[in-house]
Design a binder for this molecule. Structure first.
Ligand code: ATP
Ligand code: ZN
Length: 224
């Protein structure tokens, strides 16, 4: 369902929301975030913001439901691999990498365990929210393993006896340390990215996207 207004999906609440809203505002998009609305109309441009869970953003783009989205590369790649595995469309255009949401997806193990490389993970059970990315990495390394899928509290899985190791997002490493773990392998370095659906958009929408990108370039460069 095409609309006249450009639809941009952003995270409603979480680590990407504040900086994402800030970036749009700096690009001159005026809007008022009030209440628990799913859709927020810009007051000065033909743009609607869709406020959703970050997990939903890659699918909304890949299904062509929204025009643009801001999402962490970790989530984008995981959903892409998952959809490919199911034979569903997983296409998108990466318009630009943004200057926030930086983190790494890492495998972590007991801080006292000896570690000499990926082969030490052979036969281990790894707790994660990112089974596809872990599988891609372990397949590349030729290491057999099993997973324990968790959508939260991943870092306590080893202590709770649910898994031998974890693969989770890390920024400072403080959470790992607090749970008696150490980083063994970085499998992905991630940032927030701006993506577009691959369907053909109206000339007006495409022109608006170009305008936003030019402004974004200026905003991000000014900060560097
Ligand atoms: P939602 O309710 O939207 O599903 P969430 O809990 O899945 O939120 P957040 O914790 O808000 O997601 O993280 C969103 C994104 O922020 C991550 O997918 C990642 O790209 C990025 N990020 C940056 N630093 C970190 C970090 N230290 N831990 C987790 N995510 C981080
Ligand atoms: Zn999420």
């Amino acid at each position: 369902m095409q609309t006249q207004r450009l639809r941009i999906a952003i995270q409603k609440k979480g680590r990407l929301s504040k900086e994402c809203q800030e970036l749009l505002k700096r690009c001159g998009v005026k809007f008022n975030m009030m209440g628990e609305r799913l859709v927020v109309h810009s007051e000065n441009m033909p743009i609607d913001l869709l406020l959703v869970r970050d997990d939903d953003i890659p699918g909304l783009i890949m299904d062509g439901v929204v025009d643009l989205g801001v999402i962490g590369e970790n989530e984008l790649e995981e959903v892409g691999l998952e959809r490919e595995a199911r034979g569903e469309p997983a296409n998108y255009i990466k318009l630009r990498r943004l200057d926030f949401g930086g983190c790494r997806l890492s495998i972590a193990i007991d801080k006292d365990a000896e570690y000499n490389g990926p082969q030490d993970l052979q036969g281990k059970r790894i707790a994660t929210t990112y089974p596809q990315l872990v599988k891609r990495y372990m397949d590349q390394q030729g290491v057999k393993f099993s997973t324990c899928m968790l959508n939260g509290s991943v870092e306590v899985a080893p202590r709770a006896g649910l898994a031998d190791a974890i693969c989770d997002l890390v920024s400072t490493g403080a959470t790992l340390e607090a749970n008696g773990l150490k980083e063994a392998e970085v499998i992905l370095r991630s940032k927030a990215v701006l993506i577009q659906q691959t369907g053909e958009l109206s000339a007006d929408k495409q022109a608006l996207i170009e305008r936003l990108l030019t402004r974004m370039q200026g905003v991000i460069q000014a900060k560097e």
